[in-house]
Write a new protein. Structure first.
Length: 263
């Protein structure tokens, strides 16, 4: 294992590329511990600080995870988020029975709170307006994979089960529809990438410089009035958003819809 001192690429990135390739080939499998930093430094004939930069880079990419006092390990595969938020509603407005087996949702907080600006804007209220929030943390195995929250207007939830600190044996939107009498008709998803807040980094057990993917999900009734505004934040390097959709067939006369006159 060698690096090219005359290459334009920095040494720690050359080492990262080689380690990345070895992980991809399966030489190190998820859960397996890598050699120590001094050992890797000796393999490449570089300073330990160079290898530390390599490990830091691969950790931010989501390939490695460091356990204090134990070592650096290959992280598991990416979590695939199929079809953004559509999975929460089910293909036929039903519940995905396998979700409970794969993911455990821990309710962190229920109560009135001041919403983030993006939530206030979605509801069309001022930033100081108090809304009902239900915050949660999702785990799979021993890893936290999502920090999320669902926001509602207090006028819609007053005196209902949504105000209580309790989980339901069905998707949240079904509980909302039953207790409020409002039906979800359409929804929009907006995904952005950013740095995590301190709280998000602590809950997700990631470094503060690890990028996250952030979802703003707004669900509307038939009159296009927001019922629920939900947010979800995932560790970016180990999260893949997957969208599957049909491609429309070509029309026989594509110019017909455009008002074109073909000579």
């Amino acid at each position: 294992m060698t690096i090219n001192p005359g290459a334009a690429e920095f040494p720690h990135r050359q080492i990262a590329a080689q380690l990345r390739a070895r992980i991809r080939r399966g030489e190190w499998v998820p859960g397996e511990r890598l050699p120590s930093i001094p050992a890797i430094a000796a393999m490449y004939g570089v300073a330990k600080q160079t290898v530390q930069r390599t490990v830091d880079q691969l950790r931010v990419e989501g390939l490695l995870i460091t356990k204090p006092g134990s070592g650096t390990y290959v992280r598991g595969t990416r979590r695939r988020l199929n079809r953004l938020s559509r999975g929460r509603y089910g293909a036929q407005r039903g519940y995905h029975a396998d979700l409970a087996a794969r993911y455990r949702q821990q309710l962190l907080e229920v109560g009135l709170a001041t919403p983030p600006a993006e939530v206030a804007d979605a509801f069309g209220v001022s930033d100081s307006t108090q809304l009902l929030v239900r915050r949660h943390l999702v785990r799979t195995g021993d890893a936290a994979v999502e920090v999320g929250a669902s926001w509602f207007r207090p006028a819609d939830t007053a005196g209902t089960s949504l105000e209580r600190v309790e989980s339901y044996g069905r998707p949240l939107y079904q509980e909302v529809e039953e207790v409020t009498g409002r039906r979800y008709a359409t929804a929009t998803d907006q995904v952005t990438a950013r740095q995590p807040s301190r709280e998000e980094a602590e809950l997700l057990a990631i470094r503060p410089d690890t990028p996250v993917l952030h979802l703003l999900h707004v669900a509307y009734d038939a009159d296009h009035r927001p019922i629920e505004v939900a947010t979800a934040t995932w560790p970016g390097p180990v999260t893949a958003l997957v969208e599957e959709y049909p491609v429309p067939a070509a029309r026989a006369d594509p110019g017909a819809d455009l008002g074109l006159v073909l000579g």
